[in-house]
Design a protein around this ligand. Structure first.
Ligand code: NAD
Length: 300
């Protein structure tokens, strides 16, 4: 039987509709408009695209969007001063500093200067600790999106064998924590893992977050397993025309889809869920800031 395609684009649209509904209620019942501030330092083209897209979607769900575009040479002190003002601004409920930052800025210092309750990326050390100890936290957007899709597809994940390939702080590690929180038996594989194919073959759930195009072939996948492909890799595609590129994931889609029970495509899988979860996190942060009950199903 062919694998079920988990449609992240459609799922993200549903999440945005849910978020928009909560925003409307917050405005009508409480006179509150959730606000998201995005800080971009420098002119990295990919970051500019992400920031534009985030701003557009924030406005589309009825929230307030604020963008701070700072010069690539901005000093750490000036950047921290901007974050400090946003931390104190009652109309701002979520703050996101677009990464990567220019080399002269200390990313850890900058991220840890965001008020943890406004850290909608979930990268602040307090949120990392809260997630790791199973307490209420802001959860990183990409793993949160993966978790939502897995829960939607399987219902309960309890007792399932999960293998996360990749141990980054923004995807691999928080993904593993979330799966553990849902009572999976979790293995984190990485570049030094011995016999990766054998490790992956025992998984009911495979999350690939490596950054290597089509690295996972179908013969690593247990028949019927669910494959979540986080990878975004751009390959040259001269056959499509000069300068054209092709987006592929970290798994070899065709061969994995032939064996898996369910799989996320690239594009149209995990990618769209990331910004949808950023909006979800902002509404959650706004509700918490105002001691209102949190929207259901939008957080871990
Ligand atoms: P990263 O470079 O920080 O981490 C990659 C991880 O992969 C490392 O922990 C490393 O140990 C592991 N790794 C490298 N080579 C390996 C190998 N041969 N075998 C096993 N493990 C190996 O990357 P990241 O930030 O976690 O991102 C991973 C991928 O996910 C990238 O393609 C990135 O573009 C994509 N990504 C997508 C989204 C989204 O919204 N869909 C968000 C974040 C990242």
């Amino acid at each position: 039987m062919p694998a079920t395609i988990i449609d992240g684009k459609a799922f993200a649209a549903r999440v945005r509709t849910q978020v928009a509904g909560h925003v409307t209620r917050l405005k009508q019942d409480h006179g509150i408009t959730p606000g998201l501030a995005v800080v971009l330092v420098g002119e990295d083209p990919a970051s500019q695209v992400y920031v534009r897209s985030k701003g557009k979607q924030t406005v589309e769900v009825g929230m307030k969007s604020v963008e701070h575009k700072l010069d690539a040479q901005t000093s750490e002190a000036d950047l921290l001063a901007v974050i400090d003002r946003l931390n104190k601004d009652p109309e701002i409920h979520g703050i996101l500093v677009q990464l990567p930052l220019p080399g002269h800025l200390d990313e850890d210092l900058v991220i840890n200067s965001i008020a943890p309750e406004k850290d909608v990326d979930g990268f602040h050390i307090s949120n990392v600790g809260l997630l790791g100890t199973g307490q209420k936290s802001m959860v990183p957007c990409t793993p949160l999106g993966c978790l939502m899709m897995l829960r939607d597809h399987h219902g309960s994940l309890s007792g399932m064998e999960a293998v996360v390939i990749g141990r980054s702080n923004i995807v691999g590690k928080p993904m593993a924590q979330l799966l553990l929180g849902d009572s999976c038996t979790v293995t984190i594989a990485h570049s030094r893992t011995k016999d990766l194919p054998e490790v992956v073959r025992r998984a009911d759930i495979v999350v690939a977050a490596v950054g290597r195009p089509e690295m996972v072939p179908g013969d690593w996948i247990k028949p019927g397993a669910t494959v979540i492909d986080v990878g975004i890799n751009r390959l040259d595609a001269p056959e499509k025309g000069e300068g054209k590129t092709l987006l592929v994931g970290d798994v070899d889609y065709e061969s994995c889809a032939a064996v898996a029970g369910a799989i996320t495509p690239v594009p149209g899988g995990v990618g769209p869920m990331t910004i949808a979860c950023l909006l979800a996190n902002t509404v959650t942060a706004c509700c918490r800031a105002n001691s209102l009950s949190e929207p259901e199903g939008l957080t871990a």
